[in-house]
Design a protein around this ligand. Structure first.
Ligand SMILES: NC(=O)c1ccc[n+]([C@@H]2O[C@H](COP(=O)([O-])OP(=O)(O)OC[C@H]3O[C@@H](n4cnc5c(N)ncnc54)[C@H](OP(=O)(O)O)[C@@H]3O)[C@@H](O)[C@H]2O)c1
Length: 263
């Protein structure tokens, strides 16, 4: 095996920003040494896309403290939930994220959930004003359908979509196909099914064949599934982080990829 680096996963483009196609999920990051060590090791391993959110407790603060100034690093954050897409609330969440992440501009800000009480075009126009003010660079969406993505795109450019997706839970295959066709980065959340993707028998078989672990095969499978796929496995363990980065070097044979797809 060559060098242990996230570069082996290839790259994706978030508008004018290029990142390696294997990131880190941080919803369990807390204010402790274990979390700080995992963040530092991730950057050493070439991970330059870190997924966080206003909702993730101390995550933004710890990322800001540990990794600022964030040279070459995209700390993508999310705000807005299904009951608070009003502009005043979004504004305070964006301002808070800027402060906690110690950034002058958020490279990618994703709407965490659409609030059914607020028309999406209105929310997108508000985000456009945030772009004009220089507070956010690129806009993404999370937990959305194709119709919702299209409605948002009638007002702004959408560079990324973050939906629930892993080998065993593929209810958003239609959104993935759409993103692949349109060149929108697809960030699968719960890419390891919170660790339980290992229960899949076919993954176990492939792990034996490739002398790796079922988790590594699950990551390699996602990477092969689409060129716009940007997995963000979450871990606080350095050992698991290194194993996940090593998965970027596993090249699944076509037959094996389809065998898993047919699960
Ligand atoms: N947009 C949204 O609405 C949304 C919703 C949920 C999550 N997310 C994002 O998606 C990210 C990923 O989701 P997640 O972290 O909840 O779930 P996940 O990535 O599917 O799975 C994480 C679990 O897998 C374990 N794990 C990771 N690497 C491993 C390895 N090599 N070997 C064995 N176990 C391993 C972790 O435990 P260890 O710590 O022990 O490694 C943890 O228990 C989150 O961190 C968050 O950033 C977004």
């Amino acid at each position: 095996m060559g060098q242990l680096t996230a570069k082996n996963a290839g790259i994706v483009k978030l508008g004018d920003i290029t990142v390696n196609r294997l990131g880190l999920g941080t919803n369990r990051i807390a204010d402790n040494n274990e979390s700080r060590a995992a963040l530092k090791r991730a950057v050493e391993l070439g991970i330059n896309f870190i997924d966080t959110a206003a909702k993730y407790g101390q995550s933004e603060m710890v990322i800001g403290q540990t990794l600022a100034p964030p040279r070459g690093l995209v700390a993508a954050t999310k705000g807005g939930w299904s009951d608070d897409n009003d502009p005043a609330s979004l504004q305070s969440q964006i301002d808070n994220s800027l402060e906690l992440l110690r950034l002058r501009q958020l490279p990618l800000w994703l709407l965490h959930r659409i609030d059914p009480k607020v028309p999406i075009e209105q929310t997108m126009n508000f985000l456009k004003s945030q772009q004009a003010a220089g507070k956010i660079r690129h806009i993404g969406l999370s937990g959305v359908t194709i119709d919702q993505i299209e409605a948002a795109r009638s007002a702004v450019d959408i560079v990324a979509v973050e939906n629930h997706y892993n080998l065993m839970e593929r209810e958003h295959d239609d959104v993935l196909e759409y993103c692949t066709r349109e060149g929108i980065v697809f960030i699968p959340f719960f890419p390891l099914r919170s660790g339980s993707v290992t229960l899949n028998r076919r993954l176990q078989e492939m792990a034996d064949k490739y002398q790796s672990s079922p988790i590594q095969i699950a990551i390699a499978w996602l990477l092969k599934r689409s060129p716009v796929m940007l997995p963000i496995p979450g871990t606080l363990s350095i050992e698991h982080l290194e194993a996940n980065v090593a998965a970027a070097s596993i090249k699944l044979e076509e037959d094996d990829y389809h065998y898993l797809l047919g699960y």
